[in-house]
Write a protein that binds this ligand. Structure first.
Ligand SMILES: Cc1ncc(COP(=O)(O)O)c(C=O)c1O
Length: 484
């Protein structure tokens, strides 16, 4: 077994990261109940635990997939312990990222992490023990639909963290935008100014509200909509602006709010990608009549699917709640004031959300660390421009680590990384480049250029200096051959 560890360390792709004391989340005793294994495998983020014989001698590994199967079969009812699930450690554990480091007596003295053994996706949800416990609690409470203590807690705590008075949780971040528009009475005949460089959900929400998105170009440096572009797109039909804090980058909200105020427009910030970002000391999402967030699995915090509307206006909050719930008056059951929607979040989703919210600062810090790891690894490579760090008033967060690369090289970079089991993604397409949205768009050269040149790099706690170095090496080679 020593050989396995030695070989992996020697080939340079593995990292000997964790000492015995740092590796507690990886190590269990064979007599531990299976829930101990599940919680540790969730906490360590690798889905594996190593099982020892009680004196510290390594017996083998247990994978979370085996424990999932065991729970589904009811093994936890039979005082099952981990020893039933132990598999020997072998060089064929191709999918297992964690490798035990052992001494001459076969005792575990640390854990090596080799993230390259498994496909590295661009994003993966970061779920921990708190999420698991809340989820079970919500399930056992039987409050699995859209009423329940976790919903109330999540709405209140998320709103307060973002500096807003009211939170109205929804089923996703697209319908929360649609709900925001409907609550403000925006619909047929109205125009809403939306940046061309955004995920299609922003524009789809406007279209499904019955209004017309007016797609304008973004700033080439900030990647966000500008007050000038908004001003130039205002017509007598404009009712609202929808700034998007794309990839965690705060749009200049004070200036945008001034333009909106001057022209009597509503502001609906789309903060799907920017939980925790601020502009001039104020959280994004707090500059709006109604702001919207998404909690899809790739977002900074997740509820699986989910979204939320935030507002400071109590009447608007009541209207958002009513519209979210089929247009029903809360105090008069089955009395519908108007045809509303079912855009509700479930208590089960909110249970995960509450635990994620406890970890928001930790998750933001992890993403900042990932960005610095890439900055160090890519330093001095010609042709790659990492997303620029900005000073106050912009207090950005990292959603995905992003870079711009020569458009001609991009497909080759993506392909070369894929061959090495690393997922690199192109930015989303500019909306104006797609037939479904072309008719709504002004000229958007900056957005088109970003969409042609942008890439997202894997952004999760699996990103280590060695992985970033490996990507950097691939980039160096590919860029030498494919930069025109
Ligand atoms: C900017 C932006 N707006 C809206 C959405 C839609 O959110 P959801 O996927 O939760 O509907 C997303 C999600 O990817 C997004 O990135």
């Amino acid at each position: 077994m020593n050989n396995i560890t030695e070989r992996r360390v020697d080939n340079g792709s593995a990292e000997r990261l964790l000492s015995r004391s740092d590796a507690n989340d990886f190590i269990c005793d064979r007599e531990d109940p299976i829930w101990v294994g599940i919680e540790r495998a969730v906490s360590n983020g690798c889905g594996t635990v190593f099982v020892s014989d009680g004196t510290g001698v390594l017996l083998g590994r247990v994978e979370i997939d085996d424990l999932r199967g065991a729970i589904a079969a009811g093994a936890h009812l039979k005082n099952a312990t981990l020893k039933q699930f132990v598999k020997p450690i072998s060089t064929n554990d191709q999918n297992s990222v964690a490798i035990p480091v052992i001494d001459a007596e076969c005792r575990i003295v640390g854990v090596t992490l080799d993230h390259k053994r498994r496909f590295v996706p661009v994003a993966e949800p970061d779920l921990a023990v708190g999420e698991l416990r809340n989820l079970l609690d919500a399930f056992l409470s039987t409050w699995i639909s859209s009423t329940g203590a976790y919903i109330t807690e999540f709405e209140q705590r998320f709103a307060s963290r973002m500096g807003m008075a009211h939170g109205i949780a929804t089923s996703n971040g697209t319908v929360s935008l649609q709900l925001a528009l409907a609550s403000l009475g925006i619909g047929a005949g109205d125009e809403v100014i939306v940046p061309d460089f955004t995920f299609a959900g922003s524009a789809n929400a406007v279209i499904h509200a019955g209004a017309r998105p007016v797609l304008v170009d973004v700033d080439p440096d900030t990647w966000c909509i500008t007050p000038e572009a908004i001003r130039a797109a205002i017509t007598p039909r404009t009712r609202a602006v929808m700034p998007v804090h794309v990839f965690g980058r705060a749009a200049p909200m004070e200036e945008i709010s001034d333009v909106a105020h001057e022209h009597g427009l509503f502001v609906i910030e789309d903060c799907a990608e920017a939980h925790g970002a601020s502009y001039n000391g104020r959280p994004v999402g707090s500059f709006s009549h109604v702001s919207s967030f998404s909690f899809f699995a790739n977002k900074i915090i997740t509820t699986g699917e989910g979204g939320i509307c935030l507002t400071n206006d109590a009447d608007l909050a009541a209207r958002l709640r009513m519209l979210r719930d089929h247009g029903m008056r809360p105090e008069r059951r089955y009395w519908h004031e108007e045809p509303g929607f079912n855009f509700r979040m479930t208590n089960i989703q909110a249970a995960i959300g509450c635990a994620q919210l406890d970890r928001l600062d930790e998750l933001l810090a992890m993403r900042r660390t990932v960005q610095s790891i890439y900055e160090a690894a890519f330093d001095g490579i010609d042709g790659i421009e990492l997303m620029r760090k900005r000073e106050r008033p912009y207090e950005d967060v990292i959603w995905f680590a992003c870079a711009r690369v020569p458009a001609s090289a991009r497909p080759h970079l993506i392909e070369a990384c894929r061959k090495e089991k690393i997922d690199i993604r192109p930015f989303f397409n500019s909306l104006s480049s797609m037939p479904a949205y072309k008719k709504y768009a002004r000229a958007c050269p900056n957005s088109r250029a970003l969409a042609r040149e942008g890439i997202n790099l894997p952004t999760s706690r699996r990103v280590t200096p060695a992985l970033a170095e490996e990507i950097a090496t691939i980039f160096r080679v590919v860029l030498k051959d494919h930069t025109i």
